[in-house]
Design a protein around this ligand. Structure first.
Ligand code: XMP
Length: 520
């Protein structure tokens, strides 16, 4: 295993939906951590990883289930602090001689309040100053008898052992989720934990950059790498980082699929040509993509066609680039997590994200994914560290399948042209009102429906479109942006006046879940 030069914290994942938020809280504290699924964490793995502290995540299983997920017993023999969260607490008690009981009417989901016990605990510095603290619970089973050496430091109505610790051994176990927003003092709990574990808090983006560069050099050696540039933040940051690591061994391929936004190709290619000396192939493959999509209306079919064509195009160019053996991608941490399930079995596929699903399997190239451990805002911080222009670093995400998934149903050149124009007006409006940076992502979808309107004295029968704008932290959950009525009215008027082919504008106010951000 490649060793980080920083103190490392290991998060053993038992499949909680919010495990990645633990990593996020730790990174905010400048602590280097890695999440590994429990199946992978063997005695050998632990020895090689040499963590300075361990966190046992929550998870959907019950310790009573057959083959319930467990950590290796040696976790508790490393002599390092261990924090168990929810299922992690139950596992800890089970392993160390305590007892867990099935829920039977004592399940707790959602908000709960923890009352302190008499003794104070350094893990809780900053807690209980004004009485009980709000926490977020999500458990069926609960601990009913503490393991020897443990004491209770906080209780909630349905979790008499909400906060427990064996201070002598530096073992801490809580029934709630301190990593979520709804546990307001959760960040303080993590800060206390890493302080008790002796972390210096010296893991910065600068340090990440140096380490990522070292790892890329190690992986690639003197091989050639091609990197698919989409113009989005992720692939741009990946490209610039890899270029810093291996210089001209990297060639970027910008594929114009014919599904790009207005002016996008010129902007992306221009940015790279003007600011970086990175060899860049600008492949105009619009005929290929649009031809293959002709007549296709099923969302998954469209995604798969696009994903497959990307492979073909990359493979074609890889051959012309000194036989590149590596393909670089800007895969992010949420992409990785969304594509694995805790049981190792197939997880539900909501959409085939083409930079994670399918693509690598068919390719005869190894993947270089230097952003695999980062969240979007961390990628932006890394981009700034690398000196990328702010106009690029702050760009809204743009999906690999491009405008294809913003034209629900069949794609036509006419619809794409209308979409490009409407989108440009919408984004212009958002920028003019100074709202661009407040919004995670904004775009127009041209709907597969024509509606009747009246313009001047004439009848129109044109497309309806939907405006979408969401706020989000990581794209996994999202809420619609609360534009003012004035803004929406002004934007609708501009789109209808300036874009021939649209005579009706709607605003999409669906959150994610239950919707997704894109329309397909
Ligand atoms: P959804 O629509 O699933 O999107 O809520 C979440 C975020 O991911 C982007 N997205 C993609 N990005 N390849 C990508 O690189 C894809 O196939 C893809 N599909 C969706 C979407 O724009 C949003 O930011």
């Amino acid at each position: 295993m490649k060793q980080s030069t920083h103190d490392r914290l290991l998060i053993i994942d038992f499949g909680s939906q919010v495990t990645q938020l633990i990593a996020r809280r730790l990174r905010e504290l400048n602590v280097y951590c890695e999440i590994h699924p429990f199946q992978k964490v063997t005695d050998d793995f632990l020895r090689a990883f040499a963590p300075k502290a361990v966190i046992l995540s929550g998870g959907p299983a019950s310790v009573f289930a057959d083959g319930a997920p467990m950590p290796p017993a040696s976790v508790f023999e490393l002599g390092v602090p261990v924090l168990g969260i929810c299922y992690g607490q139950q596992v800890m008690m089970q392993c160390l001689g305590g007892k867990v009981e099935r829920g039977h009417g004592t399940a707790e989901f959602g908000r709960a309040y923890v009352t302190p016990e008499a003794a104070t605990l350094p893990l809780l510095d900053g807690w209980f100053a004004e009485g009980d603290e709000q926490v977020w619970m999500s458990h069926g089973d609960h601990v009913s008898k503490l393991a020897p050496g443990f004491q209770v430091y906080g209780t909630s109505p349905n979790a008499p052992f909400a906060i427990t610790a064996d201070v002598a051994r530096n073992f801490y176990a809580v029934q709630f989720h301190p990593e979520v927003h709804h546990t307001p003092k959760g960040a303080a709990l993590y800060a206390n934990f890493v302080r008790l574990a002796g972390f210096q808090g010296d893991w910065t983006m600068g340090a990440y950059k140096d380490e990522a560069i070292r790892k890329i050099r190690e992986q690639v050696g003197d091989g050639n790498v091609i990197c698919g540039l989409s113009g989005g933040v992720d692939s741009s940051v990946a490209a610039v980082l890899i270029h810093e690591a291996i210089g001209d061994q990297l060639t970027c391929v910008y594929v114009d699929t014919g599904l790009m936004r207005m002016g996008e190709s010129d902007e992306v290619v221009g940015m790279f040509r003007d600011n970086y000396n990175i060899p860049l192939i600008h492949a105009d493959e619009s005929e290929l993509f649009l031809g293959a999509l002709d007549g296709q209306s099923d969302p998954e079919t469209k995604r798969k066609i696009i994903g497959k064509l990307f492979i073909d195009v990359f493979e074609k160019h890889a051959k012309t680039v000194g036989n590149a053996k590596f393909l670089a991608q800007g895969t992010l941490y949420p992409d990785v997590i969304e594509s694995v399930s805790f049981s190792g079995g197939p997880s539900v596929t909501i959409k085939s994200h083409h930079n994670v699903g399918g693509l690598p399997e068919r390719m005869d190239m190894a993947l270089v994914e230097p952003l695999r451990e980062l969240f979007k805002d961390e990628v932006r911080a890394l981009g700034r560290e690398l000196g990328l222009p702010e106009s690029f670093v702050g760009r809204h995400p743009f999906p690999g399948p491009g405008l294809a998934i913003r034209c629900p149903g069949e794609i036509t050149r006419e619809k794409l042209e209308i979409l490009r124009k409407a989108d440009a007006v919408y984004i212009d409006q958002i920028r003019k009102h100074g709202l661009y940076d407040e919004i995670w992502q904004a775009f127009v979808a041209v709907l597969p429906v024509r509606t009747v309107g009246v313009m001047g004295d004439g009848r129109t029968y044109d497309f309806a479109c939907a405006l979408r704008a969401v706020t989000s932290v990581d794209g996994m959950t999202a809420d619609y942006y609360p534009f003012s009525h004035e803004f929406l009215g002004e934007t609708a008027t501009r789109i209808i006046n300036e874009v021939q082919g649209i005579n009706r504008v709607t605003y999409d106010i669906t959150s994610k879940p239950p919707g997704t951000i894109e329309w397909e």
